[in-house]
Design a binder for this molecule. Structure first.
Ligand code: ADP
Length: 468
């Protein structure tokens, strides 16, 4: 179907005194992140173009953009992942730049190159950098050269079961087989002994093939109770790279994050400095620019290992924004327009504490998806609460996309106040008509391990077992 544009009569926010870096940006995404980018553009006096699938006609990102273009039927493959339609929408509306958000086309090197060929600025790093870091086995090789500590594992891809057995013997069980093209916690298998290796190796490969169209897998030592610590990076086109501190993302289920916070409760200043400096060195080694995240696993001895780099804005970016006072999305836009980073490393200070709960449209304890219509809705407010969402009264949560419907973010002078505010926010959150994971988050906020900050990536699965 062709791109039908609709223009709104209502003008965007009045332009600020500084000339905006772009006149018009298209947001190639949906949901809360599309809205997040639109809000940044409004503050900067930039016109916005929303693209949407037929399932998202009444979505808030469509309502709040200056222009809107329908790009296809509900399945992502036919709409949000449809490169010709997205590019056509940018061309007919005269958008100068595309913000990809996260997911969908955000880490698609080919898309970046198509944008470039069409004279449209992609708000993110180059296709070359995305390709280099998107393949995890190759990214590890690049990081090895840069002197970044790596998780012990295979030297690149593991091509056969026989090779997998040899590598596992060398690194020692348990090991993890991971899809090189993987993401979203998929394409991973934990192997405890040689007997179970052949089957698990083969299922990891076929799952990777189905999910990512690439059956390349590599292997690593599997850490039993690590913490997931990641560092927010920003770089400009002039070679400046700074970090915005760390995020703690160890509250996970099936390798997917549920709760994130900044700062981490376990890093002392010296360790924080070492991790953040390492992340900057890693980003510089690939000539990184725009926003990115370097993910590490931290063991109990305080050793940390590079896991992967994400070359886009992350779901959990708000916790960093709240503790640093830096608007990551606005900075991404300025960088893409060729401006220098608006702050230096010494200007970045982590102040206070922020926690984010991802609210998914799922049964809170069984995690079955729960799309449907929102019949009643009230979002918490008050001191220190930020809600990033595209939900609204009578919204229909479509079954076609990611189940995350809101991010509840609490900020406090310290971790105790942030937790107290999160509890109060969860208690005054009303979402009726669908089930959400909010009740689980509310319970976690009362757990002694969570309060003490003594949890690893395994903690939540154990707690869920206790609840059964
Ligand atoms: P994805 O890109 O699919 O999110 P990651 O490589 O970021 O995959 O890993 C996701 C999660 O899986 C990590 O946060 C961690 O909990 C777990 N994980 C990955 N590699 C290892 C490992 N070597 N040891 C222990 N846990 C791991």
């Amino acid at each position: 179907m062709g791109a039908a544009i609709r223009r709104k009569a209502t003008p965007t926010a009045t332009a600020p005194a500084d000339a905006p870096p772009f006149k018009k940006i298209l947001i190639a995404n949906r949901g809360e992140i599309a809205l997040r980018v639109i809000l940044a553009c409004k503050e900067m006096g930039i016109q916005t173009v929303a693209v949407y699938s037929e399932a998202d006609r009444n979505a808030l990102h469509v309502r709040f953009a200056d222009e809107e273009v329908c790009i296809g039927p509900p399945p992502s493959s036919k709409s949000y992942l449809n490169i010709p339609q997205v590019i056509a929408a940018a061309e007919v509306t005269g958008a100068e730049a595309i913000h990809p958000g996260y997911g969908f086309l955000s880490e698609n090197a080919h898309f970046v190159e198509v944008c470039q060929a069409c004279g449209i600025t992609f708000i993110g790093p180059s296709g070359e950098i995305i390709r280099k870091m998107g393949n995890k086995a190759q990214a590890k090789a690049t990081m090895l050269e840069a002197g970044v500590p790596l998780m012990p594992g295979s030297d690149g891809l593991v091509e056969t079961v026989e090779e997998a057995l040899v590598v596992a013997e060398q690194i020692g069980y348990p090991v993890i087989v991971k899809a090189s093209a993987g993401g979203g916690g998929r394409g991973m298998r934990i192997v405890n002994n040689p007997e179970e290796l052949p089957d698990l190796y083969n299922t990891a490969r076929s799952e990777a093939k189905n999910a990512f169209g690439d059956d390349g897998v590599y292997m690593e030592k599997y850490l039993l109770e690590p913490r997931h610590i990641e560092v927010q990076i920003m770089g400009d086109l002039f070679g400046n790279v700074v970090h915005l501190g760390e995020r703690e993302c160890s509250i996970q289920r099936r390798h997917q994050k549920l709760i994130e916070e900044s700062p981490s409760a376990v890093l002392d200043p010296a360790l924080r400095q070492r991790i953040c400096d390492t992340a900057v060195r890693a980003a510089k080694a690939v000539g990184y620019y725009n926003a990115g995240t370097i993910e590490f696993l931290l063991d109990k001895r305080g050793d940390f290992f590079f896991m992967e780099m994400n070359t886009r804005v992350q779901v959990e970016h708000p916790v960093t924004e709240l503790v640093t006072g830096i608007d990551i999305v606005k900075e991404q836009i300025r960088i893409a327009a060729g401006q220098k980073l608006s702050f230096r490393q010494e200007d970045v200070v982590q102040k206070g504490h922020a926690i984010e709960c991802r609210i998914n449209a799922e049964d809170p304890f069984k995690f079955t998806p729960c799309p449907g219509r929102i019949t009643a809705l009230h979002f918490p407010g008050g001191p220190g609460i930020r809600v990033d969402t595209a939900m609204h009264q009578d919204a229909v949560i479509p079954p076609h996309y990611d189940s995350m419907v809101a991010k509840l973010i609490a900020f406090g002078a310290n971790r105790t106040e942030a937790i107290a505010r999160m509890r109060r926010a969860l208690d005054t959150l009303v979402i009726e008509g669908i089930k959400t994971t909010a009740p689980l988050h509310r319970r976690i906020m009362d757990q002694p391990d969570f309060i003490a900050g003594t949890f690893s990536t395994k903690w939540l699965e154990g707690y869920l077992e206790e609840l059964k």
